[in-house]
Design a protein around this ligand. Structure first.
Ligand code: SAH
Length: 232
């Protein structure tokens, strides 16, 4: 795992201390162990965990500076991308949010203490946890949660004006960004760029959206509404 991680990070220009590398190996072991009894990930080969989970998430540190930032990971699942970012940049103040209590309990009670990391853990749906947290974060991050037009409504309300929402996407990033154009504008965002980075033989993409105006208070709507009538 260690070797695969270092090889995956090399083309990204990211280096880790010995202690950070050890923490990633521990994360990988705990993830795969727990995955035997709880559905956490479809990726279980150590080499793949290193590349497709850890290097993929750490790549965000090359796209924005996370130093000292308040960051929320919306729909973090088994901790991605939030936990790798916290290992890579311990000075950030991390909030992990997911609707699945089993996964959040594992993160809060097992994984984070084992790795010696602190993060605020919120269990529930993003659109229902906005109260008291509106425009409360410098950066929102999210991977593999929803199509971008719906995801923007879940994530942009959390971001303060001047902050950023980083949506990790694959090959469909440009199409999704095009489809989400109106949603981004309505929610107070501005598409800044679609950044690309190499993961193994593939190029992964991050849609970088800046928050330029406050999100109107009527957003986010209830999830049924977001799904039935995505912003266009
Ligand atoms: N980000 C992780 C997990 C992706 S799976 C990764 O990249 O590996 C999608 C996760 O999003 C699930 O854990 C699901 O519970 C969560 N999710 C989906 N919609 C959500 C919502 N509206 N609010 C909070 N969590 C949500």
């Amino acid at each position: 795992m260690k070797q695969a991680l270092l090889e995956g990070l090399n083309p990204l220009g990211i280096s880790l201390t010995e202690a950070q590398t050890d923490n990633f190996c521990r994360y990988g072991t705990l993830l795969v162990e727990k995955n035997a009894v709880m559905n956490l990930t479809a990726i279980t080969e150590p080499k793949d965990v290193a590349l497709l989970h850890f290097a993929d998430c750490l790549a965000l540190t090359k796209i924005r500076d996370f130093k000292g930032k308040r960051v929320i990971d919306v729909g973090c699942g088994a901790g991605f991308p939030g936990v790798p970012l916290k290992i890579g940049e311990p000075s950030m103040e991390l909030t992990l949010l997911d609707a699945t209590a089993k996964r959040m309990n594992w993160l809060e009670q097992e994984l984070l203490p084992e790795l010696g990391l602190s993060a605020k853990c919120l269990t529930g749906r993003a659109e229902e946890l906005i109260e008291g947290r509106r425009e409360g974060y410098d950066i929102a991050v999210s991977r593999a949660v929803a199509r971008l037009n719906m995801l923007c409504e879940l994530c942009l309300p959390f971001v303060k004006v001047g902050g950023f929402f980083l949506a990790m996407k694959g090959a469909a990033a440009s199409d999704e960004a095009e489809e989400a154009k109106a949603a981004i504008r309505l929610l107070g965002g501005k598409l800044r760029e679609i950044a690309e980075y190499p993961i193994g033989d593939a190029m992964h993409r991050v849609v970088v959206i800046e928050k330029v105006r406050p999100t109107p208070p009527k957003y986010p709507r209830r999830f049924a509404k977001i799904k039935q009538q995505p912003l266009v």
